[in-house]
Design a protein. Structure first.
Length: 270
């Protein structure tokens, strides 16, 4: 994987295909393989770039200047500058959508079109913020994700009733178990706290271009339920696509539906 040094740390990224650029922003706790079906579907027609979050994949630890999602947006913009990319079509899922929308608001001339998937631009509801912070404290104290927590955290990302013996579920669970103490303490936990203490920017969403923005959400997304997606689509004035048979990581749970929706959107907007 190629690497760019941003804020003093190595940021690894996928760069595959040729054509108009599509930048894919991943979910917290997922590497670039979260987008494997989309990379395969899009790269014959588009140049697909997938940066790894800090502390994820082969990327380095969270850089010291990183204090907010605005910093993640600025760092993604620095990656585009490093690659001499003037304009991109941005597809962000979960935290990828959180920093993706901020990038579009920060530098609208750089974002040709925007897809916000399974994400929310409001503040985290206080009850869930406190719940996630309690999980971070347990992980911090243990220096690992304890075995009982694996089966608390992993199901959050999938639709209810997913086969827990499936490769998708088991591979993700194993990836959580594999994080080193150093990675958890230097990157994963502080990045999580940054994400879940984010500022509410819902009042800025009307500034996004409704004609070139799309909101998508898994019908069974638990952490980012469809009601949040409906609220954002209404504020932006754009359409909403609900993804059947999918939870939070809709790109992996119903990849055929997601691929078709993205290809349709991009052919009209890229």
């Amino acid at each position: 994987m190629p690497v760019a040094v941003i804020d003093g740390q190595p940021l690894h990224y996928i760069d595959q295909g040729t054509g108009p650029v599509v930048l894919l922003g991943s979910s917290y706790l997922w590497g670039h393989d979260m987008w494997a079906p989309q990379i395969e579907a899009l790269s014959p027609q588009y140049r697909v770039i997938v940066p790894e979050l800090w502390g994820h994949g082969e990327s380095g630890p969270l850089p010291a200047p990183t204090r907010s999602l605005d910093d993640l947006a600025r760092q993604a913009l620095a990656l585009l500058d490093h690659l001499d990319i003037e304009q991109t079509n941005l597809v962000g899922l979960s935290v990828g959508g959180m920093w993706g929308a901020r990038l579009a608001l920060l530098a609208p001339q750089r974002v040709n079109s925007l897809v916000l998937m399974d994400t929310y631009l409001g503040a985290e509801p206080e009850a869930t913020r406190q719940y996630y912070f309690s999980l971070f404290k347990m992980i911090e104290d243990a220096g690992a994700i304890p075995e009982p927590l694996l089966d608390v955290i992993a199901p959050i990302f999938f639709r209810p009733g997913i086969d827990r013996e499936s490769a998708l579920y088991q591979d993700f669970r194993a990836s959580l178990q594999a994080y080193s103490r150093e990675r958890l303490l230097d990157s994963i936990v502080p990045l999580g706290r940054l994400i879940f203490s984010r500022e509410d920017i819902l009042d800025q969403l009307p500034r996004l271009d409704a004609d070139t923005t799309q909101v998508m959400c898994g019908e069974h997304d638990k952490p980012r339920p469809p009601a949040e997606a409906e609220e954002m689509a209404k504020l932006i004035g754009c359409s909403l696509i609900l993804i059947p048979e999918a939870g939070h990581i809709s790109a992996r749970e119903n990849p055929d539906f997601v691929n078709e929706a993205l290809l349709t959107f991009l052919v009209n907007n890229a």
